[in-house]
Ligand binder design. Structure first.
Ligand code: CTP
Ligand code: MG
Length: 223
């Protein structure tokens, strides 16, 4: 294959508050990581999973249950550190996707849309959704003006890149590695970033309410 995907799963899940690293919290009988990997089954990509130290064997077991082959590496203190650890393990593939395990319900069609955009010549591509809420600025003096939401887009993953470009972005960026958006690092090099339509199912499981929503979507009809 010409494409690798780094699935970052090394976060602690503080906001979810389950007492285990978020990717290893269970939803409807399987871990968040296993659900995320199921979305990659049958996609023509090589998979690198990035996990907290001590969770390597659990990650391999999740991959096996999901029906995918994955290499497993240990991540770092920030998401960017974890992506960098994953990049070290990626081989010679021409394209690299970076995906949050926490977007556990991201469908295969979304992953394929990002890969297709790369194969059609884009060098950086992000799935996006329109913003539905009314958004207002907020500051010390209270609420400010309403921002025209038609000009805004919410970012999802997997984000896809030319592998050399992503490596260059990370080489530049590691000093200020608190970014949670890979495309932002590529953009900082002056490179354009394209978009493809995102998918509502690719929402990020962050809070307990998100986990409840994911579980409801996973529950079999009528149960
Ligand atoms: N991530 C990672 N390594 C880190 C931090 C985050 O691999 N040091 C991953 C998470 O596992 C997740 C994705 O980045 O799949 C998005 O991060 P987020 O939703 O913030 O997850 P957590 O950092 O685990 O959650 P929290 O911020 O609530 O602790
Ligand atoms: Mg986090």
């Amino acid at each position: 294959t010409d494409t690798a995907i780094i699935v970052v799963a090394a976060g602690s899940g503080t906001r979810l508050g389950r007492g285990v690293p978020k990717a290893f919290a269970e939803l409807a009988g399987a871990t968040i990581l296993e659900h995320a990997l199921r979305g990659l089954a049958g996609v023509d990509v090589s998979i690198v999973v990035v996990v907290p130290v001590g969770f390597e064997a659990d990650a391999s077991a999740a991959a096996e249950r999901a029906g995918v082959v994955a290499s497993v590496v240990v991540g770092g203190a920030t998401r960017a550190d974890s992506v960098a650890a994953g990049l070290e393990r990626v081989g010679e593939e021409r394209f690299v996707l970076v995906h949050d395990a926490a977007r556990a319900l991201a469908p295969r069609s979304l992953v394929e849309r990002v890969v297709e955009a790369l194969r059609s010549g884009e060098r950086a591509v992000v799935p996006v959704l329109p913003v539905v809420d009314t958004i207002r600025e907020s500051g010390a003096a209270g609420l400010g003006r309403i921002v025209d939401r038609s000009t805004l887009r919410a970012m999802q993953t997997p984000q896809g890149f030319d592998a050399q470009l992503l490596r260059a972005a990370y080489a530049e960026a590691l000093a200020r590695a608190d970014s949670t958006d890979d495309a932002q690092l590529v953009q900082a090099l002056g490179e354009p970033v394209a978009s493809v339509p995102g998918d509502e199912l690719a929402f990020k499981i962050t809070t307990a309410a998100d986990a409840d929503r994911a579980e409801a979507l996973l529950a079999p009809e009528g149960s």
